[in-house]
Design a protein around this ligand. Structure first.
Ligand SMILES: [Zn+2]
Length: 96
């Protein structure tokens, strides 16, 4: 958890990998969030906008698909309360 975007930036190298893992099999955390961000297209939308899921195996789970760009790169404010467009852009630089 991060209290602000600047805290997040300071911890960027150590924490980013953990966050990336939370973008997979994230159905429960997305459902628990009010707002969801996509770090592929750097968009934010209500969690209710996420209606498509991809099924994972070994272990099983469901991963949310971005309603805007169709990539499974979603993270919700239940995981990152300080989620913002700026943060999504930072994540995009690391992973895309
Ligand atoms: Zn997207």
């Amino acid at each position: 958890m991060f209290s602000s975007a600047s805290d997040f930036s300071r911890n960027i190298s150590s924490e980013m990998q953990g966050l990336h893992g939370k973008s997979i099999r994230n159905k429960e955390s997305l459902r628990a969030s009010n707002m969801v961000g996509c770090f592929h297209c750097a968009s934010m939308f209500p969690s209710t906008a996420v209606v498509a899921w991809t099924e994972e195996f070994n272990p099983p789970g469901e991963t949310g698909i971005c309603p805007i760009c169709g990539v499974d790169a979603l993270i919700g404010d239940a995981v990152v309360p300080s989620i913002s467009i700026d943060l999504l852009r930072q994540m995009k630089k690391l992973w895309f």
